[in-house]
Design a protein around this ligand. Structure first.
Ligand SMILES: [Zn+2]
Length: 161
């Protein structure tokens, strides 16, 4: 199990998460994560798994994988992205619980926004009696974040912050 296996989490989070894991306890957490990743991989389709294993773990380029599978490169990209989303969804609760790290969700418009931190400040500034519709329209106006339902905001605060 190489550190490369966790690159997809690295890349999402933009900071090296695992470098401090030199203590025995930290090592244990990493091992636990590794076995969780293996479990999560089992939930992918064979082709999704191939893209993750060949590219993310073995370091093969997407172009090479495409050539190997005789697929267009775009198809490899689409399949890998879907695989990442599924891995992410399965692993996020564990990573949050054991490492205290919340991973941005790719399905969430707030997480996906480059103005995420500013948006969170606006959400945090909302008072109890202020309707969510006001926050929603402000986020749309100021940051072009399209939110359909207050559930998106509530879910973001609860699971992604
Ligand atoms: Zn979010």
């Amino acid at each position: 199990m190489t550190i490369r296996m966790f690159d997809w989490i690295y890349l999402t989070h933009k900071t090296p998460l695992w470098q401090d894991e030199t203590t025995a306890e930290g090592q244990l957490r990493l091992q636990e994560l590794a076995s969780k990743v293996r479990e999560a991989l089992d939930e992918l389709t064979a082709m999704e798994r191939v893209t993750i294993e060949r590219h993310d773990f073995e370091g093969l380029s997407l172009v090479n994988i495409a050539a190997e599978l005789e697929w267009p490169c775009s198809r490899v990209q689409v399949v890998r992205r879907r695989a990442l989303r599924r891995l992410h969804k399965v692993l996020a609760p564990f990573v949050q619980e054991r490492f205290g790290i919340s991973l941005p969700s790719t399905d969430c418009p707030i997480c996906a926004s480059p103005f995420r931190r500013d948006a969170e400040r606006i959400i945090a500034a909302r008072t109890r009696d202020e309707p969510y519709s006001q926050v929603i329209s402000q986020l749309r106006h100021d940051f072009k974040i399209a939110i359909i339902s207050p559930k998106t905001i509530i879910g973001h605060i609860k699971y992604h912050c």
